[in-house]
Design a protein around this ligand. Structure first.
Ligand SMILES: Cc1cc2nc3c(=O)[nH]c(=O)nc-3n(C[C@H](O)[C@H](O)[C@H](O)COP(=O)(O)OP(=O)(O)OC[C@H]3O[C@@H](n4cnc5c(N)ncnc54)[C@H](O)[C@@H]3O)c2cc1C
Length: 555
């Protein structure tokens, strides 16, 4: 069995750094161009877009990880038959490592687009290369290699916000506690930072950001670039949860040009689920992040362009001959054009109606229960509000880390709203106490950190417990603000209506604008249903384009 203390490089080195056979190198030649490098020459620099995947024909290349202090760390030396690259090469993002020729090197450089062609054309070799790229990224995430360094007080709301953002997007990073870490103090002195300006982020390029927004950080580390306003995509997908990613995978793999937007991270609600146990084909369950991370890489492998974080705030529908395309407006006023739009941007959490909630939301009130949150409340008592399946899953998961979980339910029991298997599991957990007909009465604390929670039972009796973390899972409402003014029909609860006054089942009443997943009226709120709808909508897109072409061909 693998030792959890061992790094992925120790346990999976053979898959991460395998060598291509001479016959495979010959077959790969048609995808790249040969280049020569002198000893000492750089093949990749942290923060700069690398040329693509680099297959070594002769000579050796050292791959190094930059450290904040001290010498760079040697990760691996590539020799003939091995290749340099990781997931950044799939989407043309900046390199996370430095690579230097150790001696005279001859290499086959395969640019991003051709790499994607190789992965698809050479199925078996492509599978091994894809696995190596993913494992190398996991290795960098383990050590924080090549990513930004966050300096601030551990547990601070903004530190958590930035860590969460990078973690959810599978981007390596390091955190240094400004109160205990000597390297953190050195950086604070070096950049003359006042305590009030923390957290700071030092990007791999050396650029310093003071308590940045997620967008500022993403731009600084090359995760997000400008959108080409003149390019017309076949389909723009709003939302990179399971429904949006499935749409992207099926559309891109069938030759459509695809642009996906997400305002936060790939994976949506599913990505934040600690364990999905009912998704077909995973009898032992799979973490939402692992499932969605695979889908994200798959979409990129087929050439879907993904812009994160990018919030879509409006859409203009085509108005006849004057403008034949949809135009999406982003929060930063950028625009993107597409022949069709798929709304796959799900729903957002309802917020508890408790005075002062907002003040505690950055650090103490959570709408997800992922390993990040569970680590914060290890060995502590926590309170969780909700009675649906997501509340049940979060309860089971948190119970494995927390000293005790108080599950507060407004109704008379759990069975009406939660799957039987979860109710049974919760009943079997000694450290979970279910309080029915109970509601939160008040929150106490200071500086954004909760110190105690008060709740009231059906008889009006109030209880106060010293609890620092509150989890809220009380249902969702659809994210349809950006559709205002588009004419898209919504149902009485605000979800998008499909299949009515439309040519196709997943189309809205606006021709060419489709909706899939949780945002759709009467949808089944399950990952499998979202993925199925993503596949289904692409068939409808093809029929839509065929009908358009037929109409254009009419005299
Ligand atoms: C804790 C939890 C556990 C769950 N467990 C399971 C389970 O075990 N099994 C199961 O089948 N289902 C489970 N679900 C339900 C499942 O996760 C959802 O049904 C599914 O994620 C919905 O997918 P979606 O793609 O429609 O939307 P979402 O997953 O909600 O994704 C929508 C995406 O759109 C983005 N977005 C929103 N507005 C905008 C905008 N204006 N511009 C750009 N981007 C935007 C969001 O950031 C988000 O990433 C769980 C849900 C939760 C919360």
């Amino acid at each position: 069995m693998a030792n959890p203390e061992q790094s992925i490089i120790e346990t999976r080195a053979a898959q991460m750094f395998f060598k291509l056979e001479p016959a495979e190198i010959e077959r790969a030649r048609r995808f790249g161009t040969c280049r020569a490098y002198a000893a000492g020459e750089a093949l990749a620099n942290v923060g700069e877009v690398a040329q693509g995947l680099t297959l070594i024909i002769s000579g050796h290349v050292d791959v190094l990880q930059r450290q904040q202090s001290g010498p760079h760390r040697l990760i691996v030396t590539h020799g003939p038959g091995s290749f340099m690259g990781e997931l950044a090469q799939l989407s043309g993002r900046p390199a996370l490592i430095d690579g230097y020729a150790k001696d005279a090197v001859q290499a086959l450089v395969i640019p991003t687009e051709r790499l994607r062609a190789l992965l698809i054309a050479e199925a078996e070799l492509g599978e091994r290369i894809m696995r190596a790229l993913i494992l190398r990224r996991v290795g960098l995430i383990e050590t924080g290699g090549g990513g930004p360094v966050i300096v601030g007080r551990a547990g601070n709301g903004d530190v958590l916000r930035l860590q969460n953002f990078l973690r959810r997007n599978g981007h390596p990073h390091q955190s240094l506690d400004s109160e205990t870490d000597s390297e953190a103090r050195a950086l604070i002195e070096k950049f003359h930072i006042d305590p009030g300006q923390l957290p700071i982020v030092v990007c791999p390029s050396g650029q310093l950001l003071r308590n940045p927004s997620e967008t500022e950080l993403a731009r600084c580390i090359g995760m997000l670039g400008p959108i080409d306003p003149n390019k017309v995509y076949d389909v723009a997908v709003v939302g990179a949860g399971p429904a949006g990613l499935a749409t992207a995978v099926y559309a891109a793999s069938e030759g459509l040009s695809v642009l996906v937007f997400d305002c936060r991270a790939f994976g949506g609600q599913a990505g934040a689920s600690a364990r999905i146990e009912n998704y077909l084909g995973f009898p032992t369950g799979i973490s939402g992040m692992a499932l969605m991370g695979r889908a994200f890489s798959q979409a990129q492998k087929f050439g879907a362009e993904i812009a994160i974080p990018s919030e879509v705030v409006g859409v203009e529908v085509p108005n006849g001959a004057a403008d034949r395309y949809f135009s999406l407006t982003l929060a930063n006023n950028e625009r993107a054009r597409a022949r069709t739009v798929v709304a796959a941007n799900g729903a957002r959490y309802r917020r508890l109606d408790v005075e002062g909630l907002e003040a505690f939301e950055a650090a103490s009130v959570h709408y997800w229960a992922s390993p990040l949150e569970s680590r914060l409340c290890e060995g502590e008592e926590v309170a969780l509000v909700g009675a649906g399946n997501s509340a049940g899953q979060a309860t089971v998961y948190l119970a494995s880390q927390a000293a005790k979980v108080w599950l507060l339910v407004r109704g008379p029991d759990l069975a009406a709203s939660m799957s039987r298997y979860l109710v049974d599991r919760i009943n079997g957990l000694a450290n979970v106490e279910v309080l029915t007909r109970t509601q939160i009465a008040g929150l106490e604390g200071e500086d954004g950190a909760l110190a105690a929670i008060r709740w009231r039972d059906g008889a009006g009796q109030e209880t106060r417990r010293p609890i620092r973390h509150l989890f809220s899972f009380i249902g969702v409402e659809p994210n349809t603000d950006w559709l205002a003014g588009s004419g898209v029909a919504l149902d009485a609860k605000g979800f998008v209506v499909t299949g009515k006054d439309a040519a196709f089942p997943l189309e809205t009443n606006v021709h060419g604008l489709f909706a899939v997943g949780d945002i759709r009226s009467a949808s089944v709120k399950r990952v499998a249903a979202c993925v199925g709808e993503g596949a289904q909508v692409v068939a409808a897109l093809h029929r839509h384009f065929a009908a358009e072409e037929e109409a254009a061909a009419q005299p």
